[in-house]
Design a protein around this ligand. Sequence first.
Ligand code: ADP
Ligand code: MG
Length: 643
Amino acid sequence: MREAANETVPEGGRIAVLSEVVRNQIAAGEVIERPASVVRELLDNAIDAGASRIQVDLEEGGMRMVRVTDDGLGMIPEDLGLAFEAHATSKLRTPEDLDHIASLGFRGEALASMASVARCSIRSRPRGADVGAEITEEGGRRGKITPAGMPEGTIVEVRDLFFNTPARRRFLKREQTELSRCTEIVQRVALAHPADETGQGGIGFVVMHGGRRVFDVEPGMDLLARIRRVFGDELASELEPVEASMGSTRITGYVAPPRFGRRDARRQMWFLNGRPMKDKVLTRVLKDAYRGVLIDGLQPVGFLQLWMDPESVDVNVHPAKSEVRLRDERSLFGFLVNALKEAVMRTNMATPGESMIDRLRRREGRPMQRETLPDPGPRSAGAAGAWIPRPEGSSGAGSGAVGEGYIVREVPPREGAPSGAFGAPGSPAEGPAFEGALGSDGAPADQWATVDDLRGPYIQVDRTYILRAVPDGFEIIDQHALHERLTFEELRREVKAGKVEVQRLLTPELVDLTQADVQLITVHQDALRRIGLELEPFGDKTVAVHGLPARIRRPDPEAIVRDVVDVIARTGKAPDAEDVQEEVLHRTSCRSSIMAGDTLDESSIRALLERARDAGMDQTCPHARPTRVKFTLADLEKAFHRT
Ligand code: ADP
Ligand code: MG
């Protein structure tokens, strides 16, 4: 409302205190955005009331109605009379209470807000009472308290959301969209309240839409069972548990292998003392834990429960309450990143052949209908238990099929190739002579099923991929990706130990940059030297590259310098910062490894695989492309419809 320049102050002044309804509507603007916010607030209240079973009934995506029924503590009629009152709460009495809030609510705003923008009713029967009572409030108009017959617990009903604020109603989406937001909230909350190891303490949830059951979990289901119910078995069966504590702070939960990463963060959940939480610090913690194994731009998948003293957490930041402020962030941060990183590294990072087969099928656009295929018959005798043909005597009749039929190219020893093309300096690789046929070393059949000695034969396909039998199937290795990963790991280890081996260039390589970029390099010259990059300004628009880490094979100095500038400029941090350093090392190792296209001989391959095994972190390259894809017997059986 703009006032005209010539207007005068009216008698009685211009300022008036807003009516309570309007105040509550304004507050509602912050707390209640859509049916899903109603669902969340009502769930919070039911949980604060100690409910163990909660049912959510929805109509028209919650826009027509949200009703939450709980078996919690209940309210006596006197409390009912205050429930719709703004700033009326049972969860907070004194300012000191704000320092150790253990409940989900505490502002006493939610019900008042809802009642100002919808038609609401609360029915409640306290535990142990003979009858219940009901109160209604519609758009701020309160009704009388009347007796109501009902089971113990509370039923809150919110109808016709925004019936009196059409502008807000227009922001609502289609029924299906609002419904899925509501179910998502319930699922999130359900994940936040699993049963413990003994099957106790969990809350059961049921969601009905238009009388149809759309989601449920039983109180006795633990976190993993709930994740399985919400996200399916494929994810649940690959999750890696996390468990660590520091003082009174504890983290539990699960992280997924990096390949489950998604563009959105919807499968990234933090629960702080049982409260679903979106917090920038926690998001960063998870990102850090996946650094180096997750492709840029993807969000990791994890379900993490953080347990802390309520005193060390400030929840009074935003009315929507999904943000908190953690005290003592720094030590907490390190503890969490380490705990998570350990678990992430334990996840199964190989891309399973199974999911690859599925993807290929989908891409081909002709899903195979198993039912229509003829029965392939029982597996041939002798192959039971292992797909790899067993050596028979020393001739290996079965292995002939692999040795002759499938080998694309047997790798000849590379002429003049240094035997340690991949061996660590000073430890020339020694591979056994290429023996031609699988199992011809006469290993007993059983040994094949359990021991992976990294031995060949190897098959190099297109000078890019290496095929190799493993005890329970076979794997395909991307030689470039694997080498990249190794270079990175080894380089990082050298940097950590403070002794990077540097290869000095005979004639320095000159790289032209902008003046600002040259300055950037100059400022960080010492830090860069510590990671093996010896760079000197040469005039004001050129940098001279004098030395590079010796680990790096066939370095491209210009690309490396540009990468460094890029990373420093983008992050605005010194190359000493751990994340910057890691990224520089990633990029540098990518600029230097063997490329796809190198012919490798037997001993080089073996040396590469041994280095990978010794490094213990050989599953994905720094940018998280998989380094190997494994096909297990189960994958093959699935592919050939033998299951
Ligand atoms: P807050 O949860 O922040 O206290 P609300 O407006 O959500 O504010 O609720 C006001 C009060 O009503 C709560 O403090 C609580 O005492 C009571 N209440 C609300 N819902 C329930 C419920 N489902 N069972 C028992 N008491 C409830
Ligand atoms: Mg509340």
